[in-house]
Design a binder for this molecule. Structure first.
Ligand code: GAR
Length: 217
């Protein structure tokens, strides 16, 4: 039985699109049953509809700071679609600890940095200002703290001297689209388990791949 997944978005939804595409494969252990946006103008909604995925918009703005009231409506939509797992894809709204607890071990997020480095806003700019030579993306379980939680998968890219936040974001996005479907495949396939704050993967192997940056001619 495929696990039933909701993707929550606030914007263009390129990670959402990567997840939808991966879940199209007959042997993928999850199906995307609904895309939920907290903004009516999220570009991803149109992309989801074009793929035949049901969409729900729950504008969060009218709820103001009342996160719990927003989450009551959100939970009702999740229940209605019998959602088992949640993937956040650029969902720019914080949750209450109670909601996070309810979805403990069943809600993933992706962040464009190698966490725990550079959580929060503008992670690519943060990476450039810190002068790191390697950055990347992280898929992690959601905990009450923002952009933190047990790490399921990471992918790395080299940072070039001439990078801008935009060029680095573009390169990292390529990695995001690879690792998010893979992380969901592992979770939905029952191949990851939590040991406290650490996520372990059954059958995980050492790939031996190394990334050295910079390389100079
Ligand atoms: C992605 O880069 C994602 O990693 C980031 O927002 C972007 C959404 O793009 N998420 C965060 O920064 C979470 N803190 P998308 O809508 O095209 O998937």
């Amino acid at each position: 039985m495929k696990r039933r997944v909701a993707i929550l978005i606030s914007g263009r939804g390129s990670n959402m699109a990567a997840l939808i595409e991966a879940a199209d494969a007959s042997d993928f252990p999850a199906e995307i049953v609904v895309v939920i946006s907290n903004r009516a103008d999220a570009g991803g909604l149109e992309r989801a509809r074009a793929s035949g995925i049901p969409t729900v918009t729950i504008e969060s703005k009218p709820f103001g700071k009342d996160r719990a009231a927003f989450e009551t409506v959100l939970q009702a939509a999740l229940d209605q679609h019998r959602v088992e797992l949640i993937c956040l894809g650029g969902f720019m709204r914080l949750f209450t600890a109670a909601f996070v607890q309810r979805w403990h071990g069943r809600m993933l997020n992706i962040h464009p940095s190698l966490l725990p480095s550079f959580p929060g806003l503008d992670p690519q700019g943060q990476a450039l200002r810190a002068g790191v030579k390697i950055s990347g993306a992280t898929v992690h379980f959601v905990i009450p703290e923002t952009d933190a939680g047990p790490i399921v998968m990471q992918g790395a890219v080299a940072v070039a001297d001439g990078d801008t936040p935009e060029t680095l974001a573009e390169r990292i996005l390529g990695i995001e689209h690879r690792i998010y479907p893979e992380a969901l495949r592992l979770l939905a396939g029952g191949r990851v388990h939590l040991e406290g704050d650490i996520c372990k993967t059954d059958g995980s192997i050492r790939t031996g791949g190394v990334l050295v940056s910079p390389t100079a001619t």
